[in-house]
Design a binder for this molecule. Structure first.
Ligand code: AMP
Ligand code: MG
Length: 329
């Protein structure tokens, strides 16, 4: 480890002391307002809040090279949730519009420390809507983010001023670029990206810095994403999914999309992504019994706080951060 990295490790180890600083107090007040705003907005839209599971026999495999955590649950290997996607699909069969503030653990590779937007432990506001299209949940996401920005600007003026943050309230609708358009834009900027791969972290940051307001990238290729994002039946290989990116270089805010919900299709997708269907017993049984089609998304809370406050690194927006590779308290 180089000296500057050691300095960073020491700083991160001692970050829990920061909660006493005026800066961290301002950040946490902004976060508190954002959480209230999210809940108020979603209740106003008819959502029901549920409590997220923390452990289970399987969890979201679509986590881009991060490792899952396995625990010994009475002799059974159980996973700590990397996201609650598989459960959301069941929940909407009952409540139609659900959300949860879901704690997630993903052991991101140690290099992810350099992005300034990856933690090993974080929270998502995860939501799902029965019988919605991906464009409908994009409409919802943009209204939600606009509402949160407006509330924070309105009620946390002092905190934002203290943090030196001039937070814009973005106008809706947000720009929507297809994955192809986004890749073409990045190629024009000198990034060597093949169609069909996930947009790399450095390119994502560059793309994000090209915009002044949040924007969507939609229609990712099947080869870039997990088995649960629904493939367009009329456009083979293209998924009915999206990301929302923050502007100013803050990068990805949200991932979402329509879900595969038919047993046979999910099995086929699992085969292609190399998942072992035997590990997904209860999930596949649920699909066999039949579930409603749905769409939804997850928005990372720590990334939202970072963006609202305009702080350079995600761990500056977290009182007890778990940064990839750093065994901090
Ligand atoms: P994903 O389904 O992997 O795109 O995760 C959903 C959302 O959770 C992302 O759009 C981010 O806002 C957030 N997120 C994902 N991974 C991390 C991480 N390692 N650290 C912080 N936030 C994350
Ligand atoms: Mg994502």
């Amino acid at each position: 480890m180089r000296i500057d990295e050691r300095g960073l490790e020491e700083e991160l180890y001692r970050r829990y002391l920061e909660i006493r600083s005026p800066r961290m107090r301002a950040i946490l007040r902004v976060q508190d307002e954002a959480l209230s705003a999210l809940r108020d907005f979603l209740r106003g839209e008819g959502f029901v809040e549920i409590l997220a599971p923390i452990i289970g026999p399987v969890t979201d495999p679509g986590i881009r090279g991060a490792k899952q955590v396995t625990i010994d649950y009475y002799g059974h290997p159980f996973k700590v949730m990397s996201s609650m996607i598989l459960y959301k699909q069941m929940a909407v069969c009952s409540l139609r519009k659900v959300f949860a503030l879901s704690p997630n653990v993903r052991l991101e590779p140690p290099e992810a420390l350099k992005t300034g937007r990856h933690l090993a432990e974080f929270r998502q506001l995860d939501l799902e809507v029965a019988e919605a299209t991906y464009h409908e949940v994009m409409d919802l996401a943009e209204r939600m983010l606009r509402y949160v920005c407006a509330r924070v600007r309105d009620r946390c003026g002092e905190e934002l001023e203290f943090l030196g943050r001039d937070l814009r309230v973005p106008a809706v609708p947000f720009k929507r670029l297809s994955y192809r358009e986004a890749v073409d834009l990045l190629r024009g900027e000198g990034f060597d990206i093949d169609y069909g791969v996930e947009i790399p972290w450095d390119a994502e940051e560059h793309l994000s810095a090209m915009f002044d307001d949040p924007f969507f990238v939609y229609d990712y290729p099947k080869t870039a994403r997990g088995f649960y994002d629904r493939e367009d039946p009329e456009r083979k290989g293209i998924l009915r999914d999206f990301d929302l990116l923050y502007p100013e270089g803050f990068g990805e805010a949200i991932s979402g999309g329509e879900r595969e919900y038919e047993y046979e299709r999910v099995l086929e997708r699992m085969r292609r992504t190399g998942e072992d269907p035997r590990a997904y017993g209860w999930y596949l049984e649920m699909l066999k019994e039949g579930i409603v089609p749905s769409a939804g998304f997850g928005i990372g809370i720590e990334r939202l706080t970072r963006y609202l406050c305009g702080v350079p690194k995600i761990w500056e927006a977290v009182p007890f951060p778990k940064v990839p590779g750093i065994p901090s308290p």
